[in-house]
Design a protein around this ligand. Structure first.
Ligand SMILES: Cc1cc2nc3c(=O)[nH]c(=O)nc-3n(C[C@H](O)[C@H](O)[C@H](O)COP(=O)(O)OP(=O)(O)OC[C@H]3O[C@@H](n4cnc5c(N)ncnc54)[C@H](O)[C@@H]3O)c2cc1C
Length: 369
């Protein structure tokens, strides 16, 4: 079986490795360099955990965590175990109800998650400002890694296993599943499109419509910090942070507006930079200098679930990750590879659950139940 993969982000490269492990011939086309900072995988935070309220998502999260640690043990990537703390502040009763409800559902999926009050959280992480923390969920099976480095590592592993990799090679596809490359039109048994925010336009050129909308999010890294923090999501404030080198990685700035991946503004907004000062004051009672800041794209779908599986006999898709594509890449790559080789579709993620012309709002987050 000969498979072409269009897009060498975290999902495409991981699927390439998983296909090679299943004895499939793989040719991967990447329009820039694998793992560079032009695509989402090179601009992501790399927060990873298994804390999902959906049972399939939790299984996929758990498998991904296992795989990140296997890759770390094998020396392929550096993965740092670190608890993920999701907190809600006093006065945010809606947030507290949502946290309790999600924790119950996560527990029913076997997720190792405990609920703490602010004082207990403060004992574990004294640098955190916990005075007005009403509730915090503590996720044990969590950690972080550098998404660009992971993607490059997967690209190298795929090449070591015999995949043919073309970088700096933008391609397009045709309705019959053939690929237009700089060397001419190539035929494969299956073409998998894992082109991130470019996925809808690539498929549209082949006459296939998918309801995926790219939207902008923002992030920055800070100068050095001399206290210990976990990976933290402040649900009341709507920001997250994690340790990054000797500083922090801080993210937020989601804009529910559809963006063109060719022309979107890749610089962080001034409002985001000033908002981060407020987030840090709230979280750790200090501000930190900005080392680097940027904007990147995530992709939304009508129901918050990704589109994974066959669109036609020969064209597959893996996209629409709703801000959670990196941490799910190890498990989703394996799933996609198994489906491509053996047939079948990733219910409930089958892309044909949509007509393709759905009108929908971009909503942050993936849990719509
Ligand atoms: C600031 C930020 C923080 C994030 N934090 C997290 C996080 O903590 N955890 C998490 O799970 N997710 C996070 N995400 C989301 C995550 O980045 C994405 O879900 C994930 O990287 C998607 O990977 P991908 O391989 O599908 O797409 P991409 O990484 O976008 O890769 C698609 C690739 O396709 C290539 N391509 C496009 N068109 C063509 C073409 N015509 N021919 C050939 N190649 C083409 C692109 O160049 C690109 O390399 C974050 C995103 C951002 C922006």
């Amino acid at each position: 079986m000969r498979v072409a993969i269009v897009g060498g982000g975290a999902v495409g490269t991981t699927t390439a490795v998983a296909l090679k492990d299943r004895g499939v011939s793989v040719t991967l086309y990447e329009r820039t360099e694998i793992g560079d900072d032009t695509a989402s995988s090179g601009r992501a935070a790399g927060l990873c955990y298994d804390a999902y309220a959906g049972s399939l998502d939790a299984r996929l999260g758990s498998r991904s965590m296992e795989r990140f640690r296997e890759l770390d043990a094998a020396g392929e990537i550096e993965f740092t175990d670190c608890p993920y703390v999701w907190l809600v502040r006093s006065g945010d009763t809606e947030g507290q109800d949502a946290l309790r409800d999600s924790v119950d559902r996560m527990r029913s999926n076997g997720v190792d998650i405990s609920v703490l009050d602010g004082d207990t959280l403060g004992e574990r992480f004294p640098a955190l400002s916990v005075e007005d923390v009403a509730l915090a969920a503590w996720v044990a099976n969590a950690g972080y890694t550098d998404p660009g480095a992971y993607t490059r590592a997967m690209g190298s592993l795929a090449a070591d296993r015999g995949a043919t990799i073309f970088e700096e090679t933008p391609v397009s596809i045709n309705a019959d599943g053939t690929v237009n490359t700089p060397a001419g039109r190539e035929s494969f048994d299956v073409v998998l499109v894992t082109a991130g925010a470019h996925t809808p336009s690539l498929l549209a050129a082949a006459g296939l419509s998918v309801p995926i909308k790219p939207y902008r999010v923002q992030a920055l890294t800070t100068g050095a910090i001399d206290v210990d923090v976990p990976m933290l999501f402040d649900a009341t404030g709507g920001y997250y942070l994690r340790p990054a080198g000797d500083g922090l990685f801080v993210g937020d700035g989601t804009e529910p507006i559809e963006r063109d991946p060719e022309t979107y503004d890749r610089a962080a907004d001034d409002w985001f930079l000033s908002a981060v000062d407020g987030y840090l004051e709230t979280a750790i009672e200090q501000t930190l200098p900005v080392a680097r800041s940027w904007a990147g794209l995530c992709t939304a779908t009508p129901d918050g679930d990704p589109l994974v599986g066959p669109l036609t006999d020969s064209i597959y898709v893996g996209a629409g990750w709703q801000g959670h594509g990196f941490m799910r890449a190890p498990a989703m790559g394996e799933r996609l590879a198994a489906e491509i080789r053996d047939g079948g579709s990733s219910e409930p993620f089958s892309p044909t659950r949509f007509d393709g012309d759905e009108d929908f709002e971009i909503v942050e987050g993936m849990d719509r139940e």
